[in-house]
Design a protein around this ligand. Structure first.
Ligand code: URA
Length: 201
């Protein structure tokens, strides 16, 4: 993993991204994790800190991970794209990685997955599903249903930044249901508190 990290950090295959990035966001967590989360691409906070999912969406993901009984150190977190997509024509916000960028970066993620050999992968959002599996039905259709990446069970769910939009707050329960399926698949014990999270009045 250290060798792969070194190669990734030196990557300049996407010249435009290498020129605009502050850091390469390799991934974080236990290289022997049983559970791996894959997101889309670093945002501004991640680009600054060199760590995936540390901004607002990341803090929500961290809370989900903790509610599952894990920590950021006991799972592995990475993105389809290791550099922040540049946004030369916009003052703020993020853009979706292009197909070419995803294809260019994917070999690094594949090597990471090969090293980690997770028991379950959670794909966060439609772009992560598309990056790993190619085009599928939209995330609203596929979330909560088991897919497979090679022979690793893959659970697609909503991206945490989608849940942060006020109109989607009610969808947090669906993500939690997906995570309960993940815990079951991992053979983790599920407490009544976990089972009933969203049933409390
Ligand atoms: N969104 C992502 O998809 N990945 C990150 O690392 C941060 C936000």
């Amino acid at each position: 993993m250290t060798e792969l990290r070194g190669r990734t950090l030196a990557c300049r295959k996407c010249a435009h991204l290498a020129a605009s990035r502050q850091t390469v966001v390799f991934g974080v967590g236990d290289p022997r994790a049983r559970l791996m989360f894959v997101g889309e691409a670093p945002g501004a906070d991640e680009d600054r800190q060199g760590e995936p999912f540390v901004g607002r969406a990341g803090q929500l993901l961290t809370r989900v991970i903790q509610a599952m009984g894990f920590t950021r150190e006991t799972v592995y977190i990475a993105n389809i794209l290791k550099c922040r997509p540049d946004t030369p024509d916009q003052a703020s916000g993020n853009r979706k990685p292009t197909g070419v960028e995803m294809q260019t970066c994917l070999p690094y993620l594949l090597e990471q997955i090969d090293l980690i050999q997770p028991r379950v992968i959670v794909a966060l959002g439609g772009t992560a599903v598309e990056g790993l599996l190619g085009k599928t039905a939209g995330i609203t259709r596929v979330r909560g249903t088991w897919l497979a990446f090679r022979d690793i069970p893959l659970m697609p769910t909503f991206h945490p930044s989608f849940l942060l939009r006020p109109e989607n707050a009610g969808k947090k329960r669906l993500v939690w249901e997906d995570m309960l399926q993940v815990l079951e698949r991992l053979g983790e014990p599920i407490s009544d508190k976990q089972r009933n999270y969203f049933l409390r009045s």
